[in-house]
Design a protein around this ligand. Sequence first.
Ligand SMILES: O=c1ccn([C@@H]2O[C@H](COP(=O)(O)O)[C@@H](O)[C@H]2O)c(=O)[nH]1
Length: 496
Amino acid sequence: MVCDSKLKDMALKLFEINAFKFGDFKMKVGINSPVYFDLRVIVSYPDVMDKLADLLQEFIVERKLNASGMHLCGVPYTALPVATLISIKANKPMLIRRKEAKKYGTKKLIEGKFNAGDKCLIIEDVVTSGSSILDTVDDVRSEGLIVTDAIVVVDREQGGSQNTEERGVRMHSLYTLSYLLQTMLEAKRIEESTVKAVAKYIDACQIRSDGSFVKNGTTVVNDLCRTRMSFEARTDLAKCPLAKELFKTIVTKKTMLCLAADLTNSEEILNLADAVGPYICVLKTHCDIIADFSEQFVRSLQSLARQHNFLIMEDRKFADIGNTVAQQYAGGLCRIADWADLVTVHALPGQGILKGLKSAISADRPLATRGVFLLAEMSTEGALTDEKYSTATVKMATEMDTDFVAGIVCQSKDLVASPGLLQLTPGVKLQEGVDGLGQLYDSPERVVKERGADVCVVGRGIISSKTPSETARIYRDRLWEAYLERIGVEKNGDAK
Ligand SMILES: O=c1ccn([C@@H]2O[C@H](COP(=O)(O)O)[C@@H](O)[C@H]2O)c(=O)[nH]1
């Protein structure tokens, strides 16, 4: 048995270093919690980390989970340093799950040396619904490893152990929230009233692995989770008028498809737009590749956009200082601001880029008819848009010029939390893979369900097809079905 006094000492230490606190905290799932855990702080206290790893190692032995050949895999990122320490102390090989890797290309999903059929023990810091453990389990299992158990530092007792058990993973927690409450009370660190408030909260809020939670006996779908909400419900939450319009178009036409009309001849683009128009919500251009670009071309395109009800996006990827982008947007040969409803913009130069673009919108084109998508991540192999950059981009979109930013161009589901923003995701093809120049493709289903896309960009998948209009219809239908599954609606419209 792990010695109780050692457990209590460690609990007090964790409280002292603010690894958990009591108050009123907004949780990821959109409900308020009277207790908050942040075990990331332990990296600043090597002595605490070391002792915690010792306790976990003893616990693993006690639970007989130290079979020979067992690998350890920490759930990224907080559990990684602790898993590393245990691996060294217990002399057990470690695996690292890459959170950001694709299932093809050069990057592997799971790093480390292993064989299919090997056993792997998952290590996690704090568990609420258990969904993070299950994400890691899915990836580890997809490489042929066997996972039956997970060791966690704290179980918040909100459904995590049931949720993981349902998927064949027994959860062993060093601490339960109840134990921590009792220990803090005995040590006079908290009042009886806090214990009661937290206990009441745990009783009332049991979270399921699908993000819904049971509040006072009633199942409540998490209505703040973007990817679980319907486009209808999200329309009213959009702060940018053009995003609202896009939501409405998506709902009316039941399509999340954006055509990347990457052709170099204007007549060909117009013919394509006419053929594919019924199946798309956005048509995306690169006006600088059109050899015969003209005023007449954009007027014809606008007319088709009205006829088929789609928006026009110029994928200009502005990236300069405010003064320069203002001129690039409104002036030059293409006069983009005159005809493009939406443009894409890099966040690299900071907030000034949005100010510059906004300043170029003339009075006869009200701001409400123009919008931007900020690029947070790119779809290419080796893209330099790391987590810090992409998070800062999303922050810019949610805190500044919210009437102008319609959404984010990115590849990861968890980046865009705000339901009022749209996630635009390129790199979509019926056949997953990589082109000769580093463009990575995922299937429509994976892009919608796993990557969280709201609008999916397809270029060569449609334009290189012999029957673009039929192919566009297939993309539209597959994307829409994936979306219905994502929000938990059967094809016939019934809730699952
Ligand atoms: O990260 C990004 C941003 C933009 N794109 C653009 O999307 C299309 C994709 O075309 P495919 O033929 O389907 O590969 C293209 O216009 C890119 O400029 C992107 O691919 N990745």
